[in-house]
Design a protein. Sequence first.
Lengths: 400, 314
Amino acid sequence: MRVYSASSDETLRARHLLTDWVGEGFLTKDQYQLLEKETVSELRTTNIYLRLVLFLFTLIIVGATAGLFYVVSRPSDQTAGVFFLIFAAVCYAAAEAAVSQARLYRYGIEEALAVCSVGFLCAGMQFALFSGNPYSPKPDAAQALVPAVGVAFSLWIWRRFGFSYAFLAAMIFVIFLPGYWTSSPSAQHLIVVGFYATGLAVVAAVRSRHRCDYLEEAYSLVEAFLWLGIYLAINLKLSSFDLPGQWWSGSRSASEFARPFYWGTWVLTWCLPPIVLARGLRQKDRFVIAAGAIVAILTFVSNKPYLGWPRHTWDPVLLGILLTSVAVFLRRWLARGPGGIRHGFTAARLSGKDKQWMNVGATVLGPLSPHSITPEPQTSSPDFRFGGGQTGGGGAGGDF
Amino acid sequence: MTILTRLEQWKEQGKISPEQHSHLAGLSRGEPFSLFLELNVLLYAGVLAFVAGLGWTVSTWSQQIGDVLVLTVLSTILASSFWYCFSRAPAWSPAETPAPSPIFDYVLYLGSLIWSLELGYIENRFHVLSGQLNLYLLATAGLFFFLAYRFDNRFVLSLGLSSLAGWFGLTISHWSAHQDAAYRQYALLYCLLVGVGGAILQRGGLKPHFFGTYLNVVANVLFWAVLSGVFNRDEYGLWVLALLVACGASLTWGLARRQFAFVAYAAVYGYVGVSSLFLRGVNDETGVLTYFAVSGVAMLVVLVWIGRRFGRRA
């Protein structure tokens, strides 16, 4: 089913690991040169920057070409739908050809073509099949066909090409499905959770066969997406559209949900983080651990709005102290183990990639002003107000 | 063939030692599993949340809690942070120096952010500098550069560069004002100062690993400034020339040093600028879309050629 052979993927993975290991001094330069010859791949790869730029320009070409067809022929909606379906087929065929003929691998071009094929397919179906339908507030199950096809085709792209973001796209399409089947918000949340949970069960069953091979990381990322998706669907304070207003006023929008459902989801928001974290730690799975940490923080952050309690300006201070304390405690606890290792975990850096990420993060996130992530002051008196500064920087904006 | 099988083979062929095999096989299986990155992200998020909450609290409640308490709390945190850093730092070295402890970088970052918070508070409450916030920014930038070089800290270096940008009046909100030409000049001056300063420091062997940070900041500010000139209705010719020169320089540097971020900057910023020229006054949809289709193909061909010639995964 996959467009790349397992041996090609394994060879590329080995090549990346060799580069990492020689950078960390686990292999000598001579050894690296010797072993590198055994990991030559026929696939054509590029670096992340060119990959992004090639992705962008492929999107521009495809978008402009489709727009040109549309502008020149000025078709009716149905004809435009057929055009889009043809474009979807052409883009998909081009993506397949880019891989099978040009042997492109994460090169940006084949990725943009595959992404465009999903977009054109959904747009084409919508225009071709449902463009004449008058708007109705009642859910229409037939229209669910478009997101359903979006889910199926995105999953196909994910399986075929291995693009993790195609799986994420499938998860996003799932969000639109329940709206066509029921108008009950509670049922909509439950349906989304049901889909994600089913996906999680399937992925968990499949990935056990791929420990230590090239698919391990891909399944790990997908599992993390699913855990995050389940959590976001459960947490009514994060999946609500009127988020800022509710958070600020502290009022609950429990009215649209039955009380047992509302409080049931609140209990689940506290149950899920330890489950995700425990699974991530047991599997030694980086992405699932990260998902667990993110949902744990989101639970702390959304707890007060859930309970209808007012938020305080010092809440972030407490959260900051908690996060820092957990990090310092874990680091010290791990470092005190024999050889700096406890239960197979260490706080030491073992990969050059970590340092690379840290350097990029420090450059990009370093200037992030804390003031930019806090709301405006809650109360102000007319005779006393911070502000009027003309410039900002160094962590404090001009209107501080 | 999985990596574990390969390692086994390489050991049998004598290409790696048994010790290397056991170590690398362990790493491949995640034994031990490193939480280095996760713990660093937690520390960073913790410091940021703490300072954000502190700033929010101070700006909301300072009237009720009083200046003395606010300044006492901020000064205590500031003094403790800097005392921790100065007391634990190893002797200074111009080369890259590892942090003496895992939390060291974050304590310094905390101190730097608190410094900004406290200085901003003092200025807004007591107007010590009589509203001359630019002086405060310049002093802050100077302090951050000193701390970054003393303790080898990229977080604080980035803060220093952004404070200096603030001093030059580069706050993003100001771009929408009417003094675009003045801000462009300031931006160019900023690029010149930072670029030349970074190059001199690198040549002098002073923390040469910081040079990449300088160059990335300079490249982005420079391209934004030049592009804003290209978008001008009048007198844009010189800016177009400047854009072409900047693109050429960025491309050459990126290819020569295999730093492909600069190739990407040249491609994207250059394309935006040149496209704005070609499409100036063009209202015909067909013409615009044809331009994008044709120019996109041209860019793709050039980039694929660059990718094949230079750009294997870096």
